[in-house]
Design a binder for this molecule. Structure first.
Ligand code: FES
Length: 180
């Protein structure tokens, strides 16, 4: 933003956020901006956009009159907030105790290496996002990897390529012709 005009800045910030978030911030104007209020605002932004973009965090900072460093600090501190768009398929590696003792860290390493990303990131083609989680409730299958809603387990590092292939192939499969 290259203007000093508050009306223009405000309009640009309002345009960057969903209307309910703008209304929520406006309804708390003048009140002390506690961290819980900021968290609630960021939750609303993420619920609408799927993640928190730099532009949106800046808009929240401007409209709520909270330093940008505080907004980004909260967004990066809480694991729940995503700072990048979510991939089409969400991969969750369980790092809970039962999975960990059965080699979940090696599964995580293999996924990071095969996908070329770290935990919390999304592949360049937007196909996969990689996250870690604590106990998916399927410890009997440890170590476990969940892709979207499907649980895979027990998984060995050598199984990763096959699992990823299944989702990659699905994307490349020709679409069935539409019946007249
Ligand atoms: S610890 Fe991984 S499913 Fe329970």
């Amino acid at each position: 933003m290259t203007t000093d005009n508050w009306t223009e800045i405000k309009a640009a910030c309002e345009a960057a956020l969903p209307a309910d978030v703008v209304a929520f911030i406006a309804s708390h104007q003048g009140m002390e901006h506690s961290e819980s209020l900021l968290i609630a605002t960021l939750h609303m932004v993420q619920a609408s956009a799927g993640y928190l973009s730099r532009e949106q965090m800046n808009a929240v900072s401007q409209l709520a009159q909270i330093p940008l460093a505080k907004v980004t600090g909260v967004a990066t501190f809480y694991h729940y907030f995503r700072l990048h768009p979510r991939g089409k398929h969400m991969i969750n590696v369980c790092l809970g105790t039962a999975c960990y003792v059965k080699g979940a860290d090696k599964i995580g390493q293999r996924l990071m290496s095969d996908l070329g990303i770290q935990f919390g990131e999304t592949t360049k083609d937007g196909l996969f996002s990689l996250e870690s989680t604590r106990c998916l409730g399927t410890c009997g299958l440890a170590p476990v990897v969940m892709v979207d809603e499907q649980v895979h387990g027990p998984v060995a590092p050598g199984d990763i390529a096959t699992i990823l292939d299944k989702y990659t192939k699905k994307e490349k499969a020709p679409k069935a012709p539409v019946q007249a």
